[in-house]
Design a protein around this ligand. Structure first.
Ligand SMILES: [Zn+2]
Length: 393
């Protein structure tokens, strides 16, 4: 810091004032002075800083009762970029978005997460910079990165914690590794949490209590309460897959227990069940293909899986009282059979007060929930009051 900037008056509170503009509605300086109760000169200085940063842009003139109409200002989400990275066991989906999660460029490719953090994260960083270029923008506009990983993550440190399907990633410093290539804040969470966030922010922004359930090779959930992701004490909240199902018997689960939801109703479990009945299926995707082709046994098995998932979700409904349950993950693509089974049991096994306005719906974001959520997580981080103060020169 040189002598001049060190002693220049720095109007604090610019980050707080920016929060008033985040809804995108155009406001005049007088509007802001009225809402904050602050002096017009203070407001004018803060607006100037935000205008200079590009985060706020002129939005035309307000109507006037006479004299020169006052200028209005609004949040300009296109001013900056975030990189959203959704990593699965075998896929990577990346998007460069603006601060409102509008996708400007995206890319999807097959990867192997087992290649380890260095190889996978280097590739993600390189692809990210290429996408920034494709969007016709400069890497200087990139202000944060959001990453979703297919395993448990300590959100505060961004490190994966004993991830079962990510060999070589346990405790890896994902943040430091990416920051070596992209020197901006990096936020990391597990894939189901970012899918929940993506579905919520893009499709259900006005719903305060939402449960997102991913039904694929495994089963997990993301919990949105009071509009925010709830991770729990160790980031393990929403791990539905290993809840014991009543009457689950001795079906072995990869966690070492028996009778877990995942051992009975995941795509992997259904593929095994069908194979044992002489209908070859190796994966969740095979099960979906069979249902779509009209296979009656596969449809029956998927509906029964829905009922089993519904029995666990009925307990969640009693605990959390969500108003929307979104079912995502590739098994949800099997169509109405899964949803019908879930609805049947959730509505029967929950109290009327909890289900009065409850909707159980399929994911509307399709494959994009992860990148939309990673984008929202990264954008929300840099738009917080403290981050805005740091962003303003
Ligand atoms: Zn288990």
């Amino acid at each position: 810091m040189d002598a001049l900037t060190k002693f220049a008056p720095r109007p604090s509170g610019v980050g707080e004032m920016f929060q008033l503009l985040r809804d995108g509605r155009p406001r005049t300086r007088a509007d802001l002075a009225q809402v904050t109760g602050q002096a017009r000169s203070t407001i004018a200085a803060r607006v100037d800083l935000l205008l200079a940063s590009g985060l706020v842009a002129p939005a035309g003139e307000a109507s006037s009762t006479g004299g020169r109409p006052p200028a209005t200002f609004a949040f300009a989400p296109s001013a900056k970029l975030v990189l959203a990275v959704d990593l699965g066991a075998t896929h990577a989906r990346l998007a460069v978005t603006d601060l409102a999660s509008t996708v400007l460029a995206e890319h999807h490719e097959e990867i192997s997460i087992a290649a380890g953090p260095e190889a996978v994260l280097d590739r993600a960083a390189a692809l990210g910079l290429k996408l920034v270029e494709q969007a016709g923008r400069s890497s200087k506009d990139l202000v944060s990165v959001g990453v979703g990983l297919p395993g448990p993550v300590d959100h505060d440190s961004g490190r994966p914690m004993n991830p079962p399907i990510m060999p070589g990633w346990d405790g890896a410093d994902v943040v430091a590794h990416l920051q070596g290539r992209l020197p901006v804040p990096v936020l990391v969470d597990n894939d189901v949490n970012i899918m929940a966030l993506g579905e919520h922010r893009s499709q259900f922004p006005d719903v305060d209590h939402l449960l997102f359930v991913k039904v694929a090779t495994g089963i997990g959930a993301g919990v949105i309460s009071d509009g925010e992701i709830r991770r729990g004490a160790q980031g393990a909240a929403g791990d539905l897959g290993h809840i014991a199902v009543a009457g689950g018997g001795d079906a072995p689960c990869r966690c070492g227990n028996t009778g877990c939801l995942e051992a009975l109703a995941s795509g992997r479990a259904l593929a095994e069940a069908l194979s044992s009945q002489g209908i070859p299926a190796r994966s969740s995707a095979d099960v979906v293909r069979l249902v779509r082709a009209g296979d009656i046994t596969a449809s029956h098995v998927v509906r029964e899986a829905g009922r089993t998932i519904g029995s666990v979700l009925a307990t969640c409904v009693s605990m959390l009282n969500p108003s929307v349950i979104v079912i995502g993950g590739n098994l949800a693509e099997a169509g109405e059979h899964l949803l019908a089974g879930i609805r049947e049991v959730v509505y029967r096994r929950s109290l009327p007060l909890a289900t009065q306005h409850l909707r159980v719906v399929g994911s509307r974001t399709r494959g994009r929930a992860g990148v939309l959520g990673a984008s929202a997580m990264a954008a929300e981080h840099v738009l917080s009051p403290a981050a805005i103060e740091a962003l303003i020169p």
